[in-house]
Ligand binder design. Structure first.
Ligand SMILES: Nc1ncnc2c1ncn2[C@@H]1O[C@H](COP(=O)(O)OP(=O)(O)OP(=O)(O)O)[C@@H](O)[C@H]1O
Ligand SMILES: [Mg+2]
Length: 383
């Protein structure tokens, strides 16, 4: 066999559903011929397994007809979009899964974690969005190197920004520098809804949402607007942070959001010169809290100077220094989060029906039960 005879045989294989063959489409790459042994790659655009199989079967048959013996056909296909089985209200239906990143207190590394987890998820081949819902202190644009970038407006919709393979939006990108707003309850609700509805997010496997610290209107509005698949709590090892983190975990429980785990940030210190890890604030101190909420610590991320400089300079460690210890721990945490998402979806997904405001303004709880008259009361508590 020669490269030419391989190409000629493969040009008889039509791309399923089209009248053009895989060679003409330019899908065939890396042909290696060794006597009658042939290997090649077909780089296709469909994620459907039956398309890959048909190409493999037909290519093998054509090559065998020409005398090839050991045939290795590698199919390179995009990752299949993962469906969510979640139910209830979703004002951003093109987003399959939502990860709420929360902490009881400010400054524990929520935004740093959101950025590096989002990048680590994208590196797993997922389509990822990163929404900075911290309307009080939007830091994500700077951390993603998008500090001066303004989004494009298309009619009454805004296009998300893009960095490191991720779609990003933040109040910081929509406000002028130094501008600040005083947020009241109704404005917070409106801002969160607009972020989800009026930004032209693509079809995303998962949206990572960096929340303001604490538990308040923003968290409740988010949970009511989209079915949040999993929650992640970021804490530091000190006792005072743990007390606040408990509130964040308790909030997930009250909002019926499954907990993907806890990230213990600033857990130990890695000296940049020697790489030796020191215990500063304590390590593993969040384990009893994890046990209490039936969850686990999915990463202990050390204090590492390059995490801070990466944030300040818009060069996240998970992207620019993937072999660092911290980047590896973010990658492990991201894999664990995605495993939780898949497990939750396999078990029927989440439903945010139970956290919806029970009645529209001016309507009593009982009158809403009329849609299902046979079930007296309909869960409104007045049967
Ligand atoms: N593991 C770490 N090692 C070194 N520096 C870190 C680490 N985690 C976070 N930092 C730094 O600590 C500061 C606070 O982190 P970050 O802004 O992510 O916290 P936050 O919880 O989002 O804060 P806020 O509540 O103000 O939004 C930042 O300067 C960040 O670069
Ligand atoms: Mg922050």
């Amino acid at each position: 066999m020669t490269e030419e005879s391989v190409k000629s045989a493969l040009s008889k294989v039509m791309y399923p559903g089209f009248t053009k063959d895989i060679v003409t489409f330019g899908f065939v790459k890396d042909i290696v011929v060794n006597g009658d042994d042939v290997s090649f790659t077909v780089d296709i655009t469909s994620s459907a397994p039956e398309v890959s199989q048909q190409i493999k079967d037909e290519a093998t048959a054509e090559l065998m007809r020409e005398g090839a013996e050991n045939i290795t056909c590698n199919i390179k296909a995009p990752v299949m979009p993962r469906e969510s089985s979640s139910k209830g209200k979703n004002i951003a239906p093109q987003v399959k899964n939502f990860l709420m990143v929360s902490s009881g207190k400010g400054g524990v590394g929520k935004s740093t974690t959101s950025v590096n987890i989002a990048i680590s998820l994208a590196k797993q081949g997922l389509k990822v969005g990163l929404l900075d819902a911290d309307i009080y202190g939007p830091n994500i644009p700077r951390m993603m190197g998008l500090g001066d970038v303004k989004p494009e407006v298309n009619g009454n919709k805004v296009l998300p920004l893009k960095a490191y393979g991720i779609e990003v939006m933040s109040m910081g990108s929509l406000m002028e520098d130094g501008q600040s707003l005083i947020w009241r309850g109704a404005m917070i609700m409106k801002a969160i809804e607009q972020f989800l509805r009026d930004i032209m997010w693509s079809e995303l496997d998962i949206m990572v949402i960096d929340m303001p610290p604490g538990t308040g209107d923003a968290q409740l509005t988010l949970a009511q607007s989209v079915p949040v698949t999993v929650g992640l709590t970021v804490t530091t090892p000190q006792g005072v942070s743990l007390d606040d983190s408990r509130r964040s975990l308790d909030m997930f429980k009250k909002l019926n959001i499954p907990i993907a785990g806890i990230i213990e940030n600033m857990s130990g210190f890695i000296a940049p010169d020697t790489g030796v890890e020191y215990d500063i604030f304590g390590k593993g101190t969040s384990q009893p809290m994890a046990d209490e909420f039936d969850t686990k610590i999915i990463a202990e991320v050390p204090l590492e100077p390059s995490i801070r400089t990466g944030g300040d300079e818009g060069k996240p460690i998970a992207f620019v220094n993937p072999t660092s210890e911290s980047a590896k721990r973010y990658a492990t945490a991201a894999a664990s989060i995605w495993a939780s998402v898949e497990e939750i979806n396999a078990n029927g997904g989440v439903d945010n029906q139970s956290v919806q405001p029970t009645t529209p303004p001016g309507v009593s709880a009982c009158s809403t039960g009329s849609a299902a008259p046979q079930s007296s009361g309909g869960g409104c508590g007045c049967s």
